[in-house]
Design a protein around this ligand. Structure first.
Ligand SMILES: NC(=O)c1ccc[n+]([C@@H]2O[C@H](COP(=O)([O-])OP(=O)(O)OC[C@H]3O[C@@H](n4cnc5c(N)ncnc54)[C@H](O)[C@@H]3O)[C@@H](O)[C@H]2O)c1
Length: 276
């Protein structure tokens, strides 16, 4: 980790979305602790045990609170719990997404509307729900909300309705920035390149995405390394980003800026070839 040791000193942060040590949220939690933050993890009921196991790997005694972000009662309880524990929070990471398999790949038009609705509810609307929690708990000096995006500017070979959900997430981010800015609450997304996590494992033919990055990312992208995304999240959660809001920051090796593939399948980037 290369995060500055005092970057988040004294910050009280809620980190959602840790289910195992591969989770992007786990890397963010570890980086935030290294940067001096106090953190609480929240987790979905069926994932609580797995989250607790991952929390044990983190430095210190990290609390895990149950919160299904689609459940209004859970959100009330989470808000009350954080209020009782800290009195306020300085920021939160939204690292939550889910879509039934039929909404992730295959015939786009065949996905049923209940599957699409569930994906939308979990992957886009919960970002606004978490913003409400942050808004209730933010101190006068403001707070930072950070979410995780997969660039929704175009259609992918897979990802289907999750791509549509991410487009909605990007729009929600802009409206949150509009409505919360007056209270100095920022809302920003990180558009990450493909990373091997449990959620990614649920996407059929995920290798079409990692393969695209091998050919088109100018920087050598490592789909097993969440640290660059985690460290950018720490930057966005810190005061260094105090005048950034409504932004989508690409942490994708530069993939999004290239108009076409740079190399043949299997051909390594020059810098990787030179690395002993
Ligand atoms: N892995 C990638 O390639 C990649 C790339 C860009 C963006 N993202 C985004 O990063 C975020 C985190 O995903 P990840 O890849 O680390 O996978 P992950 O499987 O480790 O994390 C997904 C998390 O969502 C949680 N979750 C699902 N439904 C929930 C609900 N109703 N309430 C609360 N939590 C719920 C799960 O418990 C899990 O912890 C997601 O928004 C994902 O779309 C992932």
């Amino acid at each position: 980790m290369t995060t500055m040791p005092s970057l988040l000193a004294g910050k009280k942060l809620l980190i959602t979305g840790v289910v195992n040590t591969e989770s992007i949220a786990f890397a963010t939690a570890a980086a935030a602790l290294d940067a001096g933050a106090d953190i609480v993890l929240s987790s979905l009921g069926r994932d609580l045990d797995a989250t607790a196991l991952a929390a044990d790997v983190l430095r210190g005694d990290v609390e895990v609170v149950e919160a299904d972000l689609t459940d209004a009662e859970h959100l009330h309880h989470l808000t009350d719990h954080l209020l009782g524990r800290w009195g306020h929070i300085d920021g939160a990471l939204h690292a939550v997404a889910f879509a039934p398999r039929e909404a992730l790949a295959g015939d786009f038009l065949a996905a049923r509307s209940d599957a699409i609705s569930r994906a939308f509810q979990t992957s886009a609307i919960t970002y606004a729900s978490l913003a409400s929690v942050v808004a209730q708990l933010a101190p006068p000096q403001g707070a930072s909300l950070v979410g995780l995006d997969f660039d929704a500017a175009g259609a992918w070979p897979v990802y289907n309705w999750m791509g549509v959900c991410k487009a909605a997430l990007e729009s929600v981010n802009r409206y949150l920035a509009r409505d919360l800015g007056g209270r100095r609450i920022r809302a920003n997304l990180i558009a990450a390149g493909p990373l091997h996590t449990r959620a990614a494992g649920g996407i059929p033919e995920f290798e079409l995405l990692t393969g695209a990055w091998e050919r088109q990312s100018p920087l050598p992208w490592d789909p097993k390394d969440s640290a660059p995304v985690a460290e950018t999240a720490c930057f966005l959660l810190s005061d260094l980003s105090r005048m950034i809001s409504g932004e989508i920051l690409h942490v994708d090796g530069g993939y999004h800026a290239m108009a076409a593939p740079l190399r043949e399948p299997g051909e390594l980037t020059p810098s990787r070839e030179e690395t002993p």
